[in-house]
Design a protein around this ligand. Sequence first.
Ligand SMILES: Nc1ncnc2c1ncn2[C@@H]1O[C@H](COP(=O)(O)OP(=O)(O)O)[C@@H](O)[C@H]1O
Ligand SMILES: [Mg+2]
Length: 347
Amino acid sequence: MTNANPNPLLEVDNLHVTFTTHGGTVQAVRGVSLSLKPGETLAIVGESGCGKSVTARSLMRLLPEHSSRITGGSIRFKGRELTALNERQMRELRGSEISMIFQDAMTALNPTISIGEQIMEGIVRHRKVSRSEARKQAIEILKLVGIPNPEARLKQYLHEFSGGMRQRIMIAIAVVCEPSVLIADEPTTALDVTIQAQIIELFKKLQERTGVSIIIITHDLGVVAKIADRVNVMYAGQVVESGTVDELFQHPQHPYTQGLLGSMPRLDMEKDVPLTPIPGTPPDLFAPPKGCAFAARCPYAMKVCGAYPPEPVSVSASHTAACWLQDERAQNVFQPPIKINIKSALG
Ligand SMILES: Nc1ncnc2c1ncn2[C@@H]1O[C@H](COP(=O)(O)OP(=O)(O)O)[C@@H](O)[C@H]1O
Ligand SMILES: [Mg+2]
């Protein structure tokens, strides 16, 4: 959790990413800013297609080489500008300084190579140690992530592990070289609820041990409440609201965040609690609207919302919302339609 050092480890400023497709140019990420302090956990939430994965992959510079482009903004990590690094320099950072866990272990891991070889590969590459030392470290990390009988398990292949165990192996590979930033893109989505909770506990344990900063992309508010310090809410390639977990759960300021809180499932939720989907669909990112991207779906939209994009406004020192309702000249139409009880979200 948050540590005393206030300097950001990672700072993204006004990032823009586009994809060139047959249908034209997709503006997938449109001015995303975020910062991450040492030891902190930032959650990124938002509907499917809003640019969460593209933002995450930009940090790793793992976007499709030919079809995508970072067209603006900066990504500073420990004082270095990542957008300016070449592939060789990025390869040195990946795994050793910044690691990523993908949603689907089955496609992210190699089914034709033993688990041990896949874990040792990173250790040998980044730590320049002997194979026997790498093997020792691989056994240690498998123990740490909770895989029983690691000596024997090292020789096995992906298909010999359950879904939860595969996710633990991905985590082992991601953290074995003790990166300072761990990016987890929907790491629990494919797992059943009990295993999800165990994986979240594992992230917390790893963070306590190593002080790693975590960016977690998730659809689950229970996961957010359990692990995150702060939350960025994304909509149509932009961050529309950002604040601490308490601020966003108890005083959501952006109508989109309010809608999202009522529409997202939670780890701890009783089966019969109804979810209220936000009516309408996100805008077309081939031709994003010139005003607020959420205006067409917003119950409070004013004329200005369709005409000019809202700038982020500070609600508190740690809380911003990009919404015209925050303008002091706006009428007070604001009636948060739902209240989330953080105690119940925390389970
Ligand atoms: N390889 C790609 N080619 C073209 N468009 C893409 C590609 N990857 C992502 N996009 C587009 O970028 C936008 C953001 O995608 P993504 O970051 O994957 O969303 P999510 O928030 O669900 O992770 C989407 O509109 C998607 O269609
Ligand atoms: Mg995604």
